[in-house]
Design a protein around this ligand. Structure first.
Ligand SMILES: NC(=O)c1ccc[n+]([C@@H]2O[C@H](COP(=O)([O-])OP(=O)(O)OC[C@H]3O[C@@H](n4cnc5c(N)ncnc54)[C@H](OP(=O)(O)O)[C@@H]3O)[C@@H](O)[C@H]2O)c1
Length: 254
């Protein structure tokens, strides 16, 4: 059976790291990216190797930089020549009130989370198509990390963050429609509050008050989101595209 190859952005910590380790346990070849956390990324890579990954690569990536995106895709093309799963997970979440957001703050969040997801997805299409050429009928999927903030608007997070995560939902649905005829699936995951470096930035008071809004009564763990990502990445999800999959402890029930 062909090895499934996954590229996970922002996999030096949190949800991305948990996803890399879970998919490694399932025998995937895993490509990890980091921005500032080089040592952490190499630690995740070691855990992936120990977990049984078919292959592990580590690269720097700043999603704000189109040049860096192209350089990463060139490296994946040279080493693998194909890709089965892209997880657009890397992102930033500054906690700023709407009246504190400068133009530069707005652009930094939109460029990282929104534009980065679009540019990397588009740049990876030749790799996803190459996988089908190499193994006709093989399942391929893009999974985008949005947020409950992209669905209901900013609650605790900044409005620029909520806007970028709403953009990711629109990008997900657009690509899902465009790529369905090629059998490339595109789905979004919308976590609620999850324990990670992002939520570690909350004050104790903000964290407590946010926790009280979660019907299941506690923050989720990165592994809770990784499990859903791994399900969407599986060929068994071959009829699932264009969906938004909530992992939010009941924060948004409709
Ligand atoms: N935690 C939550 O409550 C929550 C809720 C909803 C959605 N999400 C989404 O889940 C995803 C993962 O977040 P997390 O909670 O796991 O937080 P995290 O532990 O802070 O992980 C964020 C990852 O993104 C990377 N990153 C930061 N800036 C980047 C850039 N400019 N280009 C590329 N990658 C960059 C970080 O790399 P370095 O550490 O190496 O710099 C890190 O690996 C994010 O998209 C986030 O918006 C999280």
């Amino acid at each position: 059976m062909a090895v499934r190859r996954v590229l996970i952005t922002g996999s030096s910590s949190g949800i991305g790291a948990a996803t890399a380790i879970l998919l490694a346990k399932q025998g995937y070849a895993v490509w990890i990216t980091y921005t500032s956390g080089k040592a952490a990324a190499h630690e995740v890579a070691a855990q992936c190797r120990a977990a049984g990954a078919a292959k592990v690569h580590v690269s720097p990536l700043d999603l704000r930089s189109p040049t860096a995106i192209d350089a990463l895709v060139a490296d994946v093309t040279e080493s693998w020549g194909e890709l089965h799963v892209l997880v657009n997970n890397g992102g930033v979440c500054p906690y700023q009130g709407y009246d504190e957001i400068s133009i530069d703050d707005w652009d930094a969040v939109m460029e990282t989370n929104g534009r980065g997801t679009f540019l990397l997805s588009r740049a990876c299409l030749p790799l996803l198509r190459a996988a089908e050429a190499n193994t006709p009928g093989i399942d391929r999927v893009i999974i985008n990390l949005s947020s409950v903030a992209g669905q209901v608007g900013a609650i605790t997070t900044g409005m620029h963050y909520a806007a970028s995560k709403g953009a990711i939902l629109a990008i997900t649905r657009s690509f899902a429609r465009i790529l369905a005829s090629e059998h490339i699936r595109v789905n979004a995951v919308t976590p609620g509050p999850i324990t990670s470096a992002i939520t570690d930035n909350l004050s104790e008071a903000a964290r407590t008050s946010l926790e009280q809004t979660i019907p299941l009564g506690h923050f989720g763990e990165p592994e809770d989101v990784a499990w859903v990502i791994s399900g969407l990445a599986s060929p068994q999800a071959r009829f699932v595209t264009g969906v938004t999959y909530d992992v939010n402890g009941g924060t948004r029930i409709d």
